[in-house]
Structure formats: structure tokens, C-alpha cells
Ligand binder design. Structure first.
Ligand code: 5AD
Ligand code: SF4
Length: 440
């Protein structure tokens, strides 16, 4: 029997897809790369904005046709599956198996059941499951905490993923040890809010303590995603500064630069607090690379509010930003209580913000020209004749292919920068990886 998994959304979803893929393999399934070859298609969904939801709707339409034509088992998992919106779609398009983000370990049972199987519970054993290392990977994700205890008014995640539950540190360390043995050189610790790690379980280490533990395991690079400005405390900054394995890349979503908007978003901090965190981070980590998430056109956002976001951007001078147009999500407080702004206003503000982001990214990228960085080369680039990797600041770096013939860690001198990319030349290899590159 052959299965194909299609993944939308964030790194948490990528991790979860890997988790269910390894469940399937242990049950004797073969994983295939296309719908056409598969007897079972499992769609891992994202519900954070309207766009990924619409993509799933049209995909389910195609899968239903395929099912009518030749018989096919269809599964829906992830955030959308947890919501009424997803369940209505599942009924309409003949989905057989529906698993919420907390029910992934019900998959074996679901496949045994000869009828529709829906599970929306939050099972404790989801946290216990240790997926085997992804084959040949140099970089891997490890979930350390699931769920979110914040209640940002625009966000559906607290509904879909439930409250914060930290994974036992023994399981995290065991999983990382296995990844290290398999040749992984970069670990990303994952959670909707990693900074809160351990708070829900008495006796667990704090996030800062966990960072020091993982940083001491001999993995060359340790990163983490995502942080919250309220929970990004001084002990975390100190742990990063004192642990060389932890990369100097911090993603700290700000969402807006206006206090009025932050209040309506229920972000629990104000602009001054956020800027103070950034000041502290820069003071302790002078070479830090900073990125953020920003929502433009939140309900009630005025031109003055938006100007505050632009001026905050200038004050921080982000290296990178992920910018989103506000998308009203059914089930969120903002959807219920606030009026969405006209689309033209949101699109026009996004364009201005993208201009700002490009200027800053170019400026920041230029600062790296002439410097030596360590690049984790992962494969051939879209640009002909180049391989692509990323440095410890998460910048994408292109290198002439003949200089880095195998994936792995290389010492690279940056020669050139664009707003989106750094170009470099290899000056030395540290840990060449085990997998040969596909011929370019
Ligand atoms: N509309 C637009 N962006 C959103 N995000 C979360 N919910 C919404 C929404 N309703 C963004 C936030 C968050 C990122 C993962 O997605 O910026 O940090
Ligand atoms: Fe959503 Fe806010 Fe939690 Fe992030 S911190 S997952 S934006 S509720």
C-alpha cells in the first residue's frame, strides 16, 4: 500500500508530517511522491490565514474526483482539521480519516477502522512519539512544546493546537542524540512559543536551561522557533550568549509597531517593551540577525498606526521580515468583533512595508560582504551553477557548485549581496556531509 503526504503551513506541520510518515512506514506503507501513485493521500493543513484554507479546499475537490474515478483513501490532518470549517469540507469532499493536531498517534487505529475515522482529541502520547531521523538529512526539527497559551485576537492557533504542553526533556534529548548519530548538524527546536518551555510542568527545565543542555550536546548548530516578546526573558538572552552552538538568529514577531493596534491584538506587550528586548538582545549578541512577523491592515489600523510600524522597522532595522495581510479567521475574537479594512488599503500598506523590508535586507546583507561565515550547504540552487545553503544567521547563501560538491558545513567568504541573497566563495570545509548532490 502506498501513501502520499501533502503539507501546508509552518515548520510544526513539517515536523508532524514527518511524524506521520514514520508511523506509516512502521506500519509497512511505502511513501510515494505523487497523488497518482498513492492509495492513501494525507493532507496536512494550515488554518492561520484564508489562502492556505482555500488551497486545501481546491485540493480536496481534485482528490474527490480521483476517489470517484479509481477509489482512494483521503486523510485530513493539522490545524484546519480541528475546526468546523475543515470538518464541513471533510464531509463535503468524502474525507475518510480526520485527525486534529493532537491526534496524530491515532493514525494506526484510523487505518484499521473500515469506516470513517475522526479524532479531535489531544492525546498525551503525541508528545512521547520519537520519529526516526529523516534519511540523509543534515538539518532537522525537534518539537519541544505544543500549543499556545496566548490569545492574540487574530490567531486561530490556540483553538486548533490547544494550550501549551511541554515535552519531557529526556525525550527531547534522546531524539536529538539519535539525530546526531544519524549525521544531523543543525537542530531547530520547535514550538508555537518555545520561550514558555517547561512552565506547564513542575520539575522541567526552563527554556534557557534547555538551550544550554541542547547546546552542550555536540551538535554544531542549534536554533529555535518561534519566540514571544513577553516570554523572551533575560535568562534566555544570557543562555544564547554563553552557548556557542546556538546560532545568532532570532525570530521575534512584533506584529505591529502601534500600541493601539497591539492592544487590540491582545499582544500583552507594548512597543517600548519590544524595543527594550531588542536593545538587550543586541547588547548581548552584537552580531545577531533579527527577523519578525508583521500583520498589516489589522481591523482599525489607521495610517498613523501603520506609520508606527514603519518607524519601528527603522528602529530595529530587521534583516528579514515575514509580512502578512490581516486575514479574518472564523472563530477568532477579531473576526467576531472587528470590521475588516478594505482590501486596497491592506494591499497598499503591504507594498510599502515590502519596500521597507527590501531596503533594510539589502543594507543588512551588504554588511556581510567581505566577512567569513559558516554555510550549511544543502543542495543545488535554482540559479544555474550554484549550490544553496544558509549561514548561522539564516541568510540564504549561494556558492559556485564546484566549490561545494557535497552537502555539509563550509567556511565561506561573502563576496556579493542582493536584497534576498548572499553570494560567497568557499575558503574551507569543516564537516562535509554524507549525501552526494544530484547532478546539476
Ligand atoms: N491574518 C494574518 N496573519 C496572521 N498570522 C496569524 N494569524 C493571522 C491572521 N489571521 C501571522 C502572524 C503570526 C504568523 C505565523 O502568522 O504574524 O506570527
Ligand atoms: Fe497565535 Fe499569538 Fe499564540 Fe503566536 S502567540 S500562536 S500569534 S496566539
Amino acid at each position: 500500500m502506498r501513501a502520499h503526504i501533502i503539507t501546508f503551513g509552518c515548520q510544526m506541520n513539517e515536523y508532524d508530517s514527518h511524524l506521520v510518515a514514520s508511523e506509516l512506514v512502521s506500519l509497512g506503507w511505502e511513501l510515494v511522491d505523487s497523488v497518482e501513485e498513492a492509495d492513501f493521500v494525507l493532507v496536512n493543513t494550515c488554518a492561520v490565514r484564508g489562502k492556505p484554507v482555500e488551497k486545501v479546499r481546491s485540493l480536496l475537490g481534485q482528490l474527490r474526483k480521483e476517489k470517484e474515478r479509481r477509489g482512494l483513501l483521503i486523510g485530513l490532518m493539522g490545524c484546519l482539521a480541528q475546526l468546523d470549517e475543515g470538518q464541513q469540507m471533510a464531509r463535503k469532499f468524502g474525507v475518510d480519516i480526520l485527525l486534529g493536531p493532537g491526534a496524530l498517534t491515532s493514525l494506526p487505529e484510523a487505518l484499521k477502522a473500515n469506516e470513517k475515522f475522526w479524532d479531535l482529541t489531544f492525546r498525551e502520547d503525541v508528545l512521547d512519539y520519537i520519529p526516526p531521523p529523516p534519511k540523509g538529512a543534515l538539518s532537522a526539527h525537534v518539537t519541544i512544546i505544543r500549543g499556545c497559551n496566548h490569545h492574540c485576537t487574530y490567531c486561530i492557533v490556540p483553538t486548533t493546537r490547544g494550550p501549551e504542553v511541554s515535552r519531557h526533556p529526556d525525550l527531547i534529548l534522546k531524539e536529538i542524540e539519535m539525530l546526531k548519530k544519524a549525521g544531523v548538524v543543525e537542530i531547530t527546536l520547535l514550538g508555537q512559543n518555545v520561550n514558555s518551555y517547561g512552565k506547564d510542568q513542575p520539575g522541567f527545565p526552563s527554556f534557557a536551561e534547555l538551550l544550554r543542555m541542547v547546546g552542550g550536546m555536540g551538535i554544531p548548530r542549534v536554533r529555535f522557533l518561534t519566540s514571544h516578546p513577553v516570554n523572551f526573558t533575560d535568562d534566555i538572552i544570557e543562555a544564547i550568549a554563553e552557548t556557542p552552538a546556538i546560532t545568532r538568529y532570532i525570530h521575534l514577531p512584533v506584529q505591529s509597531g502601534s500600541d493601539r493596534v497591539l492592544r487590540r491584538m491582545a499582544r500583552e506587550y507594548r512597543r517600548a517593551h519590544y524595543l527594550e528586548r531588542i536593545r538587550k538582545i543586541r547588547e548581548a549578541l552584537p552580531d545577531v540577525v533579527l527577523s519578525t512577523d508583521i500583520i498589516v491592515g489589522f481591523p482599525g489600523e489607521t495610517e498613523e498606526d501603520f506609520q508606527e510600524t514603519l518607524s519601528l522597522y527603522d528602529e530595529v532595522g530587521y534583516d528579514q521580515a515575514y509580512m502578512f495581510i490581516y486575514s479574518p479567521r472564523p472563530g477568532t475574537p477579531a473576526y467576531k468583533h472587528f470590521q475588516d479594512l478594505p482590501r486596497e488599503v491592506k494591499v497598499e500598506r503591504l507594498q510599502r512595508l515590502i519596500e521597507k523590508q527590501k531596503e533594510w535586507s539589502y543594507r543588512r546583507n551588504l554588511e556581510w560582504v567581505g566577512k567569513k561565515v559558516e554555510v550549511l550547504v544543502r543542495g543545488v540552487a535554482k540559479e544555474e551553477g550554484y549550490v544553496q545553503g544558509h549561514d548561522r544567521g539564516n541568510h540564504p547563501v549561494l556558492i559556485p557548485a564546484h566549490q561545494a560538491p557535497t552537502p555539509g558545513l563550509y567556511q565561506v567568504e561573502i563576496k556579493q549581496a542582493t536584497p534576498h541573497l548572499l553570494f560567497g566563495e568557499v575558503v574551507g570545509a569543516t564537516v562535509p556531509g554524507p549525501i552526494p548532490l544530484p547532478v546539476a
